[in-house]
Design a protein around this ligand. Structure first.
Ligand SMILES: [Zn+2]
Length: 183
């Protein structure tokens, strides 16, 4: 098996980012020395330009495989978006906990790529891990999702906020239990 639903999603968004970067670079009058700016500027959750985001994402996947599957001999693919299939191929365990962590990592990157390409509304399609309602909104300044349900509060009385990593883990865990119920 070379891919999962999550790796396909992550790869598609990565490809979109790569397209953005390559396209902007090509159209830049001074040979692409400036960072990509277009829609990314308004929604970027992280203070990095697209290329360094892509590089960091690939590096994170590579480091993950190095640690979890140290015997991997297959070299990293040249195509950045192919890194997720590569990851799945080289970490194809029969271990639920490991698979869940891997899929949550890829899904978190999928969310990051999606937000970076301008679609911060992606977080609204995820249920709040605190109250289970569709009340999440992306708060760019904080780089996290905040729940707008007034009854969903921290012990200090503040609005619940969630990192993308937390949302990703919640999503993958939920998917898993759905699949289990369906079989
Ligand atoms: Zn909530």
């Amino acid at each position: 098996m070379g891919h999962t639903d999550t790796s396909i999603k992550a790869a598609a968004q990565m490809a979109l980012l790569v397209d953005y970067f390559v396209e902007l670079r090509a159209s830049s009058p001074n040979g692409g020395r400036r960072s990509p700016t277009r829609s990314i500027e308004n929604t970027a959750p992280l203070n990095v330009d697209t290329l360094s985001h892509i590089r960091a994402s690939v590096r994170e996947i590579k480091e993950y495989v190095d640690v979890e599957s140290p015997g991997t001999v297959e070299p990293l693919p040249k195509d950045d978006a192919a890194v997720y299939d590569w990851c799945v191929r080289n970490t194809d365990w029969d271990d639920e906990a490991l698979t869940r962590r891997r899929d949550a990592l890829m899904y978190r990157q999928y969310l990051e790529h999606t937000i970076l390409t301008g679609d911060a509304k992606i977080v609204r399609r995820h249920r709040c891990p605190g109250c289970g309602t569709l009340s999440l909104h992306w708060r760019r300044s904080a780089g996290s999702a905040v729940c707008r349900n007034r009854n969903c509060r921290t012990p200090d009385g503040l609005a619940s906020t969630w990192t993308l990593a937390h949302l990703a883990t919640a999503y993958i865990t939920d998917q898993e239990s759905r699949q289990r119920r369906a079989t």
